[in-house]
Write a protein that binds this ligand. Structure first.
Ligand code: EPZ
Length: 417
C-alpha cells in the first residue's frame, strides 16, 4: 500500500492548478442516466478512485463509457438496468444518486442501503422521503431498498435538512418527471448549481439552484449534452490552507473566490493576504496564524469538508481556537493523529478546542478518511522533520496526483509504493 513521505518546514511558492470538482462530477456523470443520447462530460477528475467507480457504476447499469484524459463520454447500449450492484455501492455511497434517475425513468429501482462510514451514520431517509412525496412506494428487502411508482408526480417537496445528495437525487428525478417540482429547504452548495446547469443542457428547466428553493420543470424525454464541470472548491481550499500553514505565496489556478467566501474570510482573519480574480485565488502568509474559531454548516457556511484542514492550521495558531462540526457526527478522527505530531486538541462531542503550538514535528501517522488525510498532509507540510502518512488511498479519493501538484510549489512529498 502507498505511503506519502513528507519533508516538512518548506515555504510554498508558485502556482497550483485545481482539478474539476469531484462532488460536482459525481452527480453529473450519474445524471447521464436520464437520457439515451450521448453525453460528454469535460473537466472530470478521472484520476480519482470515486470517479472511476462512478464510471464502473454507469457501465454496470448498461451504459458504454470512454475516458480520455479528463473527458468522459457516456453512450447508451440499449436498455438500462434498475439495480445498483452492492460491491459498487459499498465502495462509494454516492451510488445512491442513481436511484432518482432510474426510479423516475423506469418506475422501479433497487439499491443496497449504504452503511455508515468513518465520518458518521449517513442515513438516506431524506432521499427516500422525497421519492415518497413524489408518489413512490418503498419496501426493504435483504439490505436493499426497492422503490416503485407507476409514474412519479411533480409537486412540492420540503426537506427536513438541506442534504446535498437528497437535493441532487430529487432534482434528477424531477428533471424527467413532467410538471413543476419545487424542492424547499434545498442544499445551496455550488455543486447543486453545477448539476442544475447540466440538467438545463439536457433540456429540463431549472431555476433557484444556489438558493433554498429549487424549481424543476421536468420533461418526459431529455437529450444528450456536452458540459464542463466546475473547479474543485474543496481542493482549492485545501491548497490555500496548506499555504497558510506552511507559509509562502501560492496562486491557486482555476479556483473561484465566490465558492469559498467563508473560508477566505477565515483565512484573512488568521492573517493571510488574499487576492483573487476570474478563475484564480492568491494567498500569501508570512506569520504564525492567529486563532480563528469556525463552526461548519451547510453552504454558504464554513464547509465541513474543510473543517479538518482548518483544524490542522489552527494547531499552529497563537492562542486557543474552537472548531465546531454540525454537519457530520463523527468527523474529528484527525485530532488524535495530529496529536502524534505535537498538536494539543481536546475533543468534546461536536466541538474541539485547539491550543496552538509554535511547531509540529514530523511523525508516522495514518489517514482515517479523505479530509482527515488532507489535514494530516497540511500538518506534515508545516511540521519540522519527516512525516510518513499511511492509508494514502483515502487522500487519493479526493486529490488528484497530490504529490506531483505540491512538488510544483516546492514541497517535498514522495509517494512510496
Ligand atoms: C456531500 O455528501 C458530499 N459528497 C460530502 O463530501 C460533503 O461532506 C457533504 O455533501 C456535505 O457538504 C458528495 O457530494 C459526493 P448530505 P452527502 O446529504 O450528499 C445527514 C467529501 O469529503 N443526512 O448533505 O452525503 C447526513 O448523515 C465528502 O468530499 C441524513 O440524515 O451529504 C449528514 O450528517 C464527504 N439523511 C448530513 O445530513 C439523509 O437522507 C449532510 O449530508 C441525507 C443526509
Amino acid at each position: 500500500m502507498d505511503r506519502l513521505v513528507i519533508e516538512g518546514g518548506r515555504r510554498l511558492e508558485g502556482t497550483l492548478p485545481v482539478s474539476g470538482s469531484k462532488n460536482a462530477a459525481l452527480p453529473i456523470l450519474i445524471a447521464t442516466l436520464l437520457t439515451d443520447e450521448p453525453c460528454v462530460v469535460e473537466n472530470c477528475p478521472t484520476g480519482l478512485r470515486d470517479i472511476r467507480t462512478t464510471v464502473r457504476l454507469l457501465e454496470s447499469l448498461g451504459k458504454k463509457t470512454k475516458v480520455t484524459g479528463s473527458v468522459v463520454r457516456v453512450e447508451s447500449t440499449g436498455s438500462l438496468k434498475t439495480q445498483a450492484p452492492y460491491d459498487i455501492v459499498k465502495q462509494m455511497r454516492a451510488s445512491v444518486l442513481a436511484a432518482g434517475p432510474l426510479l423516475a425513468r423506469f418506475g422501479l429501482v433497487r439499491v443496497p442501503i449504504p452503511g455508515g462510514c468513518a465520518i458518521g451514520l449517513r442515513p438516506i431517509d431524506i432521499h427516500l422521503k422525497g421519492f415518497e412525496t413524489m408518489g413512490a412506494r418503498r419496501i426493504a428487502d435483504q439490505g436493499d431498498i426497492i422503490m416503485s411508482a407507476a409514474r412519479l408526480r411533480a409537486g412540492p417537496i420540503r426537506l427536513r435538512f438541506p442534504s446535498v445528495g437528497a437535493t441532487e437525487n430529487l432534482m434528477m428525478a424531477a428533471a424527467v418527471t413532467p410538471g413543476r417540482t419545487t424542492i424547499k429547504n434545498a442544499a445551496r452548495e455550488p455543486e447543486i448549481e453545477d448539476l442544475a446547469a447540466f440538467l438545463v443542457r439536457l433540456g429540463a428547466a431549472v431555476s433557484g439552484a444556489g438558493t433554498s428553493t429549487v424549481v424543476v420543470m421536468g420533461r418526459a424525454k431529455l437529450h444528450g449534452a456536452r458540459y464542463k464541470v466546475m473547479a474543485d472548491r474543496i481542493e482549492a481550499g485545501t491548497f490555500l490552507i496548506a499555504t497558510a500553514a506552511a507559509g509562502g505565496k501560492v496562486r491557486v489556478a482555476g479556483a473561484e473566490a465566490s465558492h469559498l467566501t467563508a473560508v477566505l474570510a477565515a483565512l484573512k482573519k488568521a492573517g493571510a493576504k488574499i487576492s483573487s480574480g476570474k478563475g484564480w485565488i492568491e494567498i500569501s502568509m508570512d506569520r504564525r496564524p492567529k486563532s480563528v474559531a469556525v463552526k461548519t454548516s451547510p453552504h454558504p457556511g464554513f464547509p465541513t469538508d474543510l473543517q479538518a484542514p482548518w483544524m490542522a492550521l489552527m494547531t499552529l495558531a497563537t492562542g486557543f481556537t474552537k472548531v465546531g462540526e454540525t454537519v457530520f457526527e463523527n468527523r474529528f478522527m484527525h485530532a488524535a493523529e495530529l496529536g502524534r505530531m505535537g498538536a494539543r486538541i481536546a475533543v468534546s462531542g461536536s466541538e474541539a478546542v485547539v491550543a496552538g503550538v509554535e511547531r509540529l514535528s514530523g511523525a508516522p501517522i495514518m489517514a482515517s478518511d479523505l479530509r482527515a488525510g488532507a489535514a494530516l498532509l497540511i500538518a506534515a507540510l508545516a511540521a519540522k522533520g519527516r512525516t510518513t502518512i499511511q492509508r494514502v488511498y483515502h487522500i487519493d479519493r479526493g486529490y488528484e496526483a497530490v504529490e506531483r501538484k505540491l512538488a510544483r510549489v516546492g514541497a517535498r512529498v514522495e509517494r512510496v509504493k
